[in-house]
Design a binder for this molecule. Sequence first.
Ligand code: NAD
Length: 353
Amino acid sequence: MQRIAVEELTGLVTALFSAKGASHGEAQDVAASLVGANLTGHDSHGVVRVPRYLDWIDDGTLRPGRELDLVTDGGVFVLADGGHGFGQTLGRRIVDLGIDRASTHGVAITALRRSGHIGRIGEWAERAAAADLVSIHCVNVHGSVLVAPFGAREKRFSTAPFAVGVPQPDAPPLILDFATSLVAEGKVLNAFKGGKALPADCIIATDGQLTDDPCAFYGTTDRSVVPVTAKAPGALVAMGLHKGSGLAFMMELLGGALTGGGTCGPDKTPVANGMLSIYLDPHRLDPANDFHGEVARFVAWVRGAAPRPGIDEVLVPGDAERRLRLERTAEGVPLPVEVWRGLQNAAQRLGVR
Ligand code: NAD
């Protein structure tokens, strides 16, 4: 592992996407989101993705410069097509649209389909929370069949993430954000590249046995390659037994079928995110309700629960990310040597720096 300063890392990633045809502003947004994922500890959705994004631009899976194409505008609800643009650009646009509509109506629903990889979903819940809105985000990944349903050894779901954000006026927002697989695929990629080891039994090998070996998922032990996820012979285990598997199932329907982006069935390409989001202004729902006061009291009560042996303290959603962001902003982003080398090789290839 080596620590890279935030400005250096952001500058390099910005330069790489600029060299690939993104405008400077778009490249900066993509870089800020990817480095932001590293800062919050979600290395799976950080700069480890850059080589894959560069390949995707080459093969047309990802198209710089795309803006939202509004398919349906019902005022309180909108549906937009992303045309396989950068998810980091489309995510900002669609959430800002949801915030705008919720400020008019008190509530809003946005549906985004055919978006390029939209990254850490918590970023979008944080953006809505900064506008004092509660938000819920249901996401699927069309063209990325990775997760076995409960009881199956074969893959049927994407890692279909789910996020909820609750703002707090006098404290940081509460942000729940996770993949519905036991681990996100990016965490497998990160472990494959020499990063943090995986938890036990999060992968199903081709013989149906459970393992934590990322090589059993990708079907290769050559850690210098960028593994093609679509060709991975292994499967990821769904989180939370039958309940998490059911949540993943519903994310496919809400993020995929309802947005029109499509569920992640067989022979579907390219890889694209669908995201159904709900935004709600708690003050408009019931102006007399002391929502924020109740949230603050509940948070304090939960934090006050006595920890089990071996656990330092009880955390609430968003704590872990916020603490790491503070630490990594000050100390730099820890990257596996292989990931840093991959970025530098790309820079050399593209004549950047
Ligand atoms: P995870 O398993 O690290 O869980 C994160 C959640 O758990 C956060 O809400 C965090 O605050 C909370 N948390 C962490 N430690 C805690 C503790 N000790 N006590 C209480 N709460 C705690 O997340 P993940 O499943 O690995 O997901 C990683 C990222 O991948 C997410 O940002 C997700 O949005 C993203 N993702 C994106 C896609 C996509 O297609 N764009 C697909 C899958 C996942």
